[in-house]
Design a protein around this ligand. Structure first.
Ligand code: NDP
Ligand code: 2IT
Length: 447
C-alpha cells in the first residue's frame, strides 16, 4: 500500500479535518505492512471503507434558555463502523466540538472497541453546546432537544451512546428519559445510566480504574512496582478523578490535576483527604481546580492557562483531559525529568511529535485506544446486564474489567513486540484491533 498516496487523497477530500486526519495517519502508518500481506484487503478497498465513516448524522438543536431566549447548537452522530457489533461510543458536549473531532473519536472508538473482546462497533456524537455555567433545567432542555433529533437513529441493537467530555450521569439520565418517552420502551439504549435504572456498578470508575490496571500490566513487563511512584495527571473530570482514586489506593503519589483554566501541582503528592476535597470540588460543586490551590497555597501551586507537564517531576504521566494536550516540548520535558511510562486516559492526548519522542526514548507508552478502553468495556458489560435484565455485583464487574484490560495488554504484546523485545503498544493495539474488524468486514462483503 502506498501510505502517503492514501493519506494525500484523504487530505484532499477532507481538508478541514486535522484531528480526523491525524488519527487516521497514526493507524494507517502502523498497519501498512500487515495490510500488504493480504492482497484480498486492497482488492475490495477495505482500508478506505474502514477509514470513512458508514454514516454521519448532523442536525440543529434548538432549545430555550432560562431567560426565555432560543439558542441554536449543532448536533452530530458519527456511526463509523458496525462490523463487529452495534455502533457504540460516547457523546461529547463542549464548545470545541466539530465534525473533525467527532470523526477522529468515532474512528478511534472502532479500534478501541475491537480490542475490548466484546461485540461493539464504533461511533461518537456530540454538540458544540457548552454545559459550563448552565443551570440544571437548561441542561435538561438541551438534552431533550438533542435526543428529539437523535432518537430515531439509535437503539439497543443499533447504536448505544454513553458519556464523554461534558456528559456524565446527569446528562445521560436526561437523554435516556427523553429517549424512553419518544420510543415508549425501556431499553438499554444508553450506558452510564443511573444505578437505579439499568446502570452498571463500576461504570463511573471504569475508565480511570481500567487505565491503572493497564498501567500495572505495563509496569509488570519491566518488573516495576507502582507503589511510591509519582504520577502526573491532567484533567479533573470523570477519567482523571477515578484514575487518581485508584492510584492513591495503591500507594502511588498523584502530583497534579488540571482543567481547561489551568493546573495544580503538589510535588510530594496529594493526600487521600486532599483528593477527596478535590473530588467534591469538581463533582458536587462543579468548581474550578484553581480553588483548591487558593484554599491550600502551602500544598499546591496553580499555573494559570498551563498544562502540568513542564511543572512537575514525575515517573509516570496519565493525560486524562483532551486531545493534543501533550506536545513535543512537553514530552521532552517529561523525559528529561525521568518519566518512564505514559498511559493515556484521554483520546489522542499526545501529539504525533510527542509520540515520536516517547517511542524514540523506548519508554512504556500506551495509546488511549488500549489504555482507556475500560470505560467502554464496562459499557459493554452494562449492555449485557440490561439484555439479561440482571445486575452484577461491583466485585464481578471489577474483576471482568481487570481481565479485559489484561487481555488488551496481551493483544498489544502479541502484535507489538519488536525484535529487541521493546513493546510498541501503538503498533500492537492498531494491528490487533484492525485484524479483527478487517476479518469481520471481509466476511460480510461490500456493505
Ligand atoms: P469530563 O468532562 O468529566 O472531564 C474533562 C476534563 O478535561 C475536565 O477537567 C475539563 O476541564 C478538561 N478539559 C476538557 N476540555 C479541555 C480542553 N479543551 N483543554 C483543557 N482541559 C480540558 O470528561 P472525561 O473525564 O469523561 O473525559 C476526559 C477524556 O477521556 C476525553 O478525552 C474523553 O474522550 C476520554 N475518555 C472518556 C471516557 C469516559 O468513560 N468518560 C472513556 C474513554 C476516554 P473543565 O472542567 O474546565 O471543563
Ligand atoms: O471514549 C470513550 O471510550 C468513551 N467516551 C466511552 C464510550 C462508551 O460507550 O462508554
Amino acid at each position: 500500500m502506498n501510505v502517503s498516496a492514501f493519506l494525500d487523497d484523504l487530505r484532499m477530500r477532507f481538508p478541514n479535518e486535522p484531528e480526523y486526519l491525524q488519527a487516521v495517519e497514526e493507524v494507517v502508518s502502523s498497519i501498512a505492512d500487515i495490510y500488504d500481506r493480504y492482497p484480498a484487503f486492497s482488492n475490495v478497498n477495505l482500508l478506505e471503507r474502514l477509514c470513512i465513516p458508514d454514516r454521519i448524522i448532523a442536525f440543529r438543536v434548538s432549545w430555550v434558555n432560562d431567560k426565555g431566549r432560543v439558542c441554536n447548537n449543532m448536533g452530530y452522530r458519527v456511526q463509523h463502523n458496525n462490523a463487529i457489533g452495534p455502533y457504540k461510543g460516547g457523546i461529547r458536549f463542549h464548545s470545541s466540538v466539530n465534525l473533525s473531532i467527532l470523526k477522529f473519536l468515532a474512528f478511534e472508538q472502532t479500534f478501541k472497541n475491537s480490542l475490548t473482546t466484546l461485540a461493539m462497533g464504533g461511533a461518537k456524537g456530540g454538540s458544540d453546546f457548552s454545559p459550563r455555567g448552565k443551570s440544571d433545567m437548561e441542561i435538561m432542555r438541551f438534552c431533550q432537544a438533542f435526543v428529539n433529533e437523535l432518537w430515531r437513529q439509535i437503539g439497543p441493537d443499533t447504536d448505544v451512546p454513553a458519556g464523554d467530555i461534558g456528559v456524565g450521569a446527569r446528562e445521560v439520565g436526561y437523554m435516556f428519559g427523553w429517549y424512553k418517552k419518544m420510543t415508549r420502551e425501556f431499553t438499554g439504549t444508553f450506558t452510564g445510566k443511573g444505578l437505579d435504572f439499568g446502570g452498571s456498578l463500576i461504570r463511573p470508575e471504569a475508565t480511570g480504574y481500567g487505565n491503572v490496571y493497564f498501567l500495572l500490566n505495563m509496569l509488570a513487563t519491566r518488573g516495576i512496582e507502582l507503589a511510591g511512584k509519582k504520577v502526573a495527571i491532567s484533567g479533573s473530570g470523570n477519567v482523571a478523578l477515578y484514575t487518581a482514586e485508584k492510584l492513591i489506593s495503591l500507594g502511588a503519589k498523584v502530583v497534579s490535576f488540571s482543567d481547561s483554566d489551568g493546573s495544580i501541582v503538589c510535588p510530594d503528592g496529594f493526600t487521600e483527604e486532599e483528593f477527596r476535597e478535590i473530588f467534591d470540588l469538581k463533582t458536587l460543586y462543579r468548581g474550578r481546580i484553581r480553588e483548591f490551590a487558593e484554599a491550600h497555597p502551602e500544598r499546591a501551586t496553580y499555573y494559570n492557562r498551563e498544562r502540568p507537564w513542564r511543572h512537575v517531576a514525575c515517573d509516570i504521566a496519565m493525560p486524562s483531559a483532551t486531545q493534543n494536550e501533550l506536545d513535543g516540548d512537553d514530552a521532552r520535558a517529561l523525559l528529561a525529568a525521568g518519566c518512564f511510562a505514559v498511559s493515556e486516559g484521554a483520546n489522542m492526548p499526545s501529539t504525533p511529535e510527542a509520540i515520536r519522542e516517547f517511542r524514540k526514548a523506548r519508554i512504556l507508552y500506551a495509546p488511549g485506544k488500549a489504555a482507556n478502553a475500560g470505560g467502554v468495556s464496562v459499557s459493554g458489560l452494562e449492555m449485557a446486564q440490561n439484555s439479561q435484565k440482571l445486575k452484577w455485583t461491583a466485585e464481578e464487574v471489577d474483576s471482568r474489567l481487570k481481565e479485559i484490560m489484561a487481555d488488551i495488554h496481551s493483544q498489544c504484546v502479541q502484535h507489538g513486540t519488536d525484535e529487541d523485545g521493546y513493546i510498541d503498544y501503538v503498533r500492537g493495539a492498531n494491528t490487533a484491533a484492525f485484524l479483527k474488524v478487517a476479518r469481520a468486514m471481509m466476511a460480510q462483503g461490500v456493505v
